[in-house]
Structure formats: structure tokens, C-alpha cells
Design a protein around this ligand. Sequence first.
Ligand code: GLA
Length: 581
Amino acid sequence: MTTPPSRFEIGERDFLLDGQPHRIISGAMHYPRVHPDQWRDRIRTAKLMGLNAIETYVMWNFHEPVRGEWDASGPRDLGRFLDLIAEEGLHAIVRPGPYVCAEWHNGGLPTWLTADTDLRLRSSDPRYLEAVTGYLERVNEIIVPRQIDTGGSVILVQIENEYGAYGSDKAYLAELIRVTREAGITVPLTQVDQPIPHMLEGGAHEGLHKTGSFGSRIGERLAVLREHQPTGPLMCMEFWCGWFDHWGEKHHTTNFADSARDLDELLSAGASVNIYMIHGGTNFALTAGANDSGRYLPMVTSYDYDSPISESGDVTEKFRAFRDVIAKHAPVPAGELPAPVDAPVFEVALEPVGDPLTGVDLGEFAAPPTMDELGPGVALVSYETSLGTSRSTTLAAEVRDYAWLSVDDRPAGILQRTIGDLATPIPAGDTLRLLVEETGRVNYDTKIGEPKGLIGAPLVDGEALPGPWRVRTIDVPGLYDVVMDAAPAPHVAGPAGLRGCFTLDGPADLFLDTRGWGKGYAWINGFFLGRYWRRGPQRTLFVPGPATRAGENTIAIVELEAITQSSARLLARPDLGHEVE
Ligand code: GLA
């Protein structure tokens, strides 16, 4: 649907919509984190809060996981997402990166790009820029016809993301701006940085309007932003009203009344805002990122973010409080807010199918290759070599990120980077196997793009194992089919596939309880829900209703460690590790 073209500009003090001062009250919602059949529902709910815009990042690696294989269909249909925003009468802000951070795998950069360790990422390195140019041209083909001046919804496009926290290569920013403008983007371009002087200046460039990312100390942050952006509107491009979770840490919540007060302060100061996140959604499949500023910490599957619209689309207390605040400053649609509904509760017996992790044999390698050297999308690799020791010994290995060891097919320990456990005793035996899992690629700071898998040859008693190495890759998304096609197995011990069937009267959102399972992956009807891990804090996985159907449904899990319960329980409400404040 198109509406008459409008002009959107940056004036001396304000954003200008057809020449009139305009305040943006936006909310962030990342289309890859929401099932496409729920996009419209989430946009409508956001609109009920009084928002006039929706913002999304574009994740490059979601669209081009393999170089040259661009996909903008189905869950990747950015054009449709922007059109739905337009149909609901809202504006759109697009932040195509190419780097996005966002707690997303590799900060959005494809692994085929970062596998080239000679590239200088996020810089004017010509080889990096060549790839980025191709990407931006494709993304902008989608955005350009949807800009407000041609009757679409898009009012702003951001260049890079918090670049000042990473670098200050002005030639890089200049090139991103040039490519974006040449592709036909006519709306104002913005940058975002934390309101810290060197960051705001590092990410600055002529032609970019500075915005800030912050969630508290509003007055102080706006003052710093104003010093560095003396004219035009003030905008908090990421008003952090919640936070993300790492495996093994506590679940983050922020007090909704405090957040509402901060939002009020922001709006009272006349600033524009993008609430980060209005609806966080889910890191489906293997899309979760990780942090590492001294300790590697992978992200959980949920990206609920304690945001006003919960992961399953419910209106929360924070939503109501924010809506009341917005109503003081702008019109808010009238009407009842939908009340949360309990999801169906039932239990499904699971049938074991034995170890589904055979994978594809890539033959022998003199030295253990990294996952990056094995091709894009590799996240689970089996490395096997001859051990030939007649006594038990100690093995040390740099694994990224988690490895199950076996000697002559007997479990022989676990190495895990997140807690710094990189050595373990192993028994005597002939064949050593390491099954190495990548548990999320770092999305922030200097470790973006670091190689994964086995890094160098493991040491036994201080000596590098000589190899050769037999290497097998396991296609994790493909494991659903492996489990569904496999023959039943009598019992479960160690890595296993399990499957089951259940019937529903109609499609329904579900909450899959993972408490009785160790570490692995889960699917419903082939839809890859993501990872689960006993470590928590997340205890349930969100199953979006459109992934289910009336009649028979299938569930499959791949357990990498050890399960204590071979059934699947579906619960009424999510459990993300909530704490009472
Ligand atoms: C920064 C980034 C976002 C996100 C938030 C934290 O502001 O710009 O992409 O990572 O931090 O959620």
C-alpha cells in the first residue's frame, strides 16, 4: 500500500514532516526475531502504545549466509515487513549495518566474510568494502522504493552502528554514505553512539545526524548529545528499557516504573525516541550472538529483553506504563489492551532414535581446521585422531566454544570456554574424538569474526597431537530431518535424537519446557526453535503459533549431553528465569 509522498527532513531544531515539526516515537522490532506470520500482530500491538514508527536492523548474515546466495523471502522478506508497517500507518527506520551488534550472531556479519582473517573489518579495507557495497546495494533495492518521499514508510536510515565504540576510519564512513546515497536513499542518514564524547566523534561524519544509545541518566546524556549535535532534533535511537541474557547468568529485568520515568524525562525534554526493544522476540535457530570482554558469554535463545511486548506478544506492565507516559505527550489509540492468554498445557512422550550426529565425512586433515575453514554455517564439528596412549593423561585444547571428548567411544570429559575449562584428564586409549560446538559468535568489540572450532592441535602432556585428523561436519539445521527419518533406538545415553507427535485443535503459541534436558536443539514441525541448555536462566523455549497447526504436529530434539526426561512438557507460561524484584 502506498500513501501520498511526503518530505521528511532534519530542520534547525526538529525533524520536519512536510515542513512541520515532528517527533518520532518509535520502537525496535527485528523481523528475523519474529515469525513472519506474527509481524502484523506485533506491529499492531506496538501501535496501541502510541508509537508512530517501528525500527529494525537488517542482519546481513540472515540474508546472505553463503556468499552470493541472497534471500529476501519468507522470514527474510524485509520489503513485506516495511510494507506492513506502512499499512498500519506507521513510519519505519532501517538500520542496515553492515554491522549491527544486536546480540546477533557475529554482529550480523556473514561468516564467509569474517573467515578471511586478513580483512580489516569495519574499515576502508578495499576487500571488505567490496563485499559491503554488494550487500548495501541489495538491501537498498528493497528500502529505496519504500521511502516516504515515494509514498512508503521509511523516514530514516542509519549508517553502521555505534561505530565510535570501535573505530574512527572516516574513509569507511564516507564510503558507506556514498554507496547508500548512490543507491537512491534520499531520507536523512543517522549515526548512533553512546553519549560519550570520543564515541560520538569517532562515529561522526558530515551528512550523518548524531543520535544516542542510552537507557538512564537522561538529562545528562541529552546534554552530551546536544554538545556534539548542536542543531536539529535530539534523538535517543536506543532507549534501553530492558536487557539481554547470557547462558549461566541471571535473567535481566528492569523496573518498569523507573523505565517509564526515564521515558517521560526523554519525551518532556522534547526528544525523539526509539524504544529498544518494543518487542525483542527470539534468537531462533543458531542466530544468537555472544559477548567477550574478558570472558566469553553466549546469548540465550530468548530475546524477550524484558521489553513492553513480551516474546510471545503479550502486553506487559511495562507496556501499560509506557503507554500512560506517551499519552501525556502524544495521541494514543483508544481501546482495550489484549490480556495474556495461557498456552495449552500437555505432555508428549518422546521416542529415542539414537545418535543422530554422524555428519558428513570430509576426510583427513594434517592439522585440525577451524570451522571457518570448513565453510559458512558450520557450527558442530567432530575431530578424530589417533591417541595411542597406554596411560591416562591430560588433554588441553583451545575450543570455541564447547567440546565433548571421547576416547574409544567412551565419554572422556568436557571442555568449555565460557568457564575457562580448557583441560581435562583423559583415559588411555587409541582414538580421541572431540565434538566441538560453536555456541554463538561474538557480536561486539574486537572479537567479532574470530575463528571457531578447534584452534590448533590439542596438547597431550604438553605435546601437540601430531594428527592426522578425520573431520566430520554436522549440519545442525538439517538434524530435524535426520531425527525424523532415523530408526528408533532402545534407550538414550549420551547424544541422542528424540521425537514425538501431538495434536492441536488449531495453531497455538506454546512454551516448551526444557528443564529435563541437558544441552541441545529443538524443533516443532521442522521450525528450528533454537538452543536449550540446562545452565539456564531460560527454562522454556517459545514456539510461535504459526509454526504449529491443527491436527498432528511433530517435535524433535537433539540432545548433545544427557537428558533425564524423555518427554516434552508444554507449559502455560514462559519461564525465562524470572526473579521477583
Ligand atoms: C548497543 C547496540 C545494540 C544492542 C544494544 C544492547 O546499543 O547498538 O545493537 O547490542 O547495545 O542490547
